[in-house]
Design a protein around this ligand. Sequence first.
Ligand code: FES
Length: 162
Amino acid sequence: MSVGTSIDTRKLDEIMESYDYNKSNLIAILQKVQEVYRYLPEDAMIYIGTKMEGLSPATVFGVATFYAQFSLEPKGKYEIRVCDGTACHVRGSMPVLNAIRNKLNLKEGQVTSDNGLFSLEIVSCLGACGLAPVCVVNNKVYPQMTSDAISTILDTLIKEEA
Ligand code: FES
């Protein structure tokens, strides 16, 4: 399999080298790669799988798909997580979710906005049920969200990026 041009193989070499090309450090290596790209590009997994002894692209792909912390799809600069667990659902997570989709022009099932700035993930519980409905944008927790409140937050971010 060929390696595409979208990945920086020198950067990948640097990361693997910092972990002594040791396959037992594969998860840490993939975490670093995800920090660089905000997801795990297929070409990066193929490259790592062919460069590291005792691994194959299939093994790397298997590890990446097993752990929920890894994303195989590009993520936006702003990662939005909307809780749709029971407490949040009952208190109105769906209108919040719909407001986000409308604001970012995300079709049903579309994860990342066309401009690559925002990605949306629906989660089942963020462990803050007393603050329902809850959204998280890049680790910042927004409690008691409404469609108006999340629209204002997104407008501010969109303006900052304009
Ligand atoms: S159900 Fe949303 S934080 Fe628990």
